[in-house]
Design a protein. Structure first.
Length: 237
């Protein structure tokens, strides 16, 4: 995930996306006799309960591991077919891609408090998502560079992010690009991330994969393959 915080509030302010994402499977209240309600969304409590159930059942972890395994297999095959002179790289999002904010989200009951979020980032306490650490390690073992691309803010979030990546065993990366004031003209995370990949490609990187928990991490091209990780918690355009 990456938090396109210049375009809209960060991750934990996006609880409403639970409703949009889970609407088909969540119960709605029945109108009383004589009343017709059109457009009433699924109840937010039901949507959150569905997310907790998805995580606590182990289904989220299984889906995450499966998606990560697909990405790892592709990276290994592509690295084995490297052409002479190719500078291979993968672009990775950070939040809900290599680092999990679930402990913080649970503590906030999927709410958002800016001060609490900043303290969480500064704490560098987000646990690593192990299947993606394995993807990272496999890429580096094959001399495939890792380029991190996140919506966390620069410079405010850089120290905590760098520390967290280091503690998670993810320090061996070629780039860490955060959201900066220069990105403000790009109104969506999708546009910003596509532009960043285009810039890296222009520098000579062959981006063999872009991996993230949001569709906005993947759209816009400038990567040979795109891999979507599950995220039932929020959506970033």
């Amino acid at each position: 995930m990456s938090f396109a915080r210049g375009a809209r509030p960060p991750v934990l302010s996006l609880v409403f996306s639970l409703v949009a994402a889970l609407g088909a499977g969540c119960a709605t209240s029945r109108p009383s006799a004589g009343h017709v309600r059109t457009g009433e969304p699924p109840n937010l409590s039901d949507a959150k309960d569905a997310v907790y159930a998805y995580v606590d059942s182990g289904a989220y972890a299984r889906d995450f591991a499966a998606a990560s395994a697909e990405a790892r297999a592709w990276i290994e095959r592509r690295a084995a077919a490297r052409q002479p002179g190719e500078r291979l790289a993968v672009v990775l999002d950070i939040d809900e891609t290599v680092l999990s904010n679930l402990p913080h989200m649970r503590a906030e009951d999927f709410g958002y408090n800016p001060r609490d979020w900043d303290e969480w980032v500064d704490s560098a306490a987000a646990p690593v998502l192990e299947p993606m650490r394995e993807v990272f390690a496999s890429a580096r073992a094959r001399d495939v560079a890792v380029l991190f691309l996140t919506g966390r803010k620069d410079p405010r979030d850089r120290p905590g992010t760098e520390k967290n990546l280091r503690l998670a065993g993810l320090a061996d990366h070629a780039a860490l690009r955060l959201y900066s004031p220069a990105d403000a003209p790009l109104s969506t995370a999708a546009a910003r991330k596509a532009a960043a990949r285009a810039a890296w490609a222009a520098e000579g990187w062959t981006i063999i994969a872009t991996i993230g928990d949001q569709e906005s991490d993947l759209s816009g091209g400038h990567a040979e393959r795109a891999f979507k990780l599950p995220n039932p918690f929020y959506r970033i355009p």
